[in-house]
Ligand binder design. Sequence first.
Ligand code: DGL
Length: 274
Amino acid sequence: MSDNRPIGVFDSGVGGLTVAREIMRQIPDESIVYFGDTARVPYGTKSQATILRFVRQIIHFLKTQDVKAIVIACNTASAYALDIVEREIDLPIIGVVKPGARTAVETTKNGRIGVIATDATINSGMYTRYIQSISPDMAVFGRACPLFVPLVEEGMLHDFVTEEIANRYLADLKSQNIDTLILGCTHYPLLRSLIGKCMGPKVQLVNPAYETAVSLRRMLGEKDLLADPIPAGKTPQHRFFVSDGAEKFEIFANSILPYDIRRTRVIDIEGYEE
Ligand code: DGL
């Protein structure tokens, strides 16, 4: 059994492309319909009620694209909305928080885990809850790093300013003797080398984007939803949608994806019901 319909992947903007990239690498036969909510980004400073409304509208849009499964490729939206919307829809849906939490528990040796993320994700306490639901004795230390998102979007991945800010943000975590750090925001894997340098070689970095693609593959396999193999030399048809600024989105996408995007469509996401 196979299913060649696309997978719906969405985020508040460009960040979820780090998750789309992992899906393209790990399950290259799958096609993706990506939606980036570029008109309403950032989600990391918004309330749960607002994020839930946005997420329901996006799911409604993705269902019009005949997707077979949905990935919430945004930590903030996963933290605030996944537990609620998974009870409302009839499609398999996963987020990025649970896979990241599970891997951190498997990775740590001393039971001390750090999480860096947006203010909203840290305030939701979701990473701590998932980690301690797997292993109640784990100590979890959260730190919001709000400036990392605009720095990544400005392309300042190897800049001394970013390094200085990272040193300040991560100083508290360094003093907590953590041995594992979750990069709990879509943009942070793009700062992996800088964060790794700052934390030192004894701290393992967990990238929820990578773990989410692993979980997605497993879930599609279990439900007989994997696509047929693509003929050699061909690539799957991915489709990209945003709520604003298609050109800027494409420039960012083409700097990180293995394929060049040739067309991004702008849709009126407010036109989709909750
Ligand atoms: N995609 C968001 C996340 O992973 C970061 C950007 C935002 O605040 O919307 O939490």
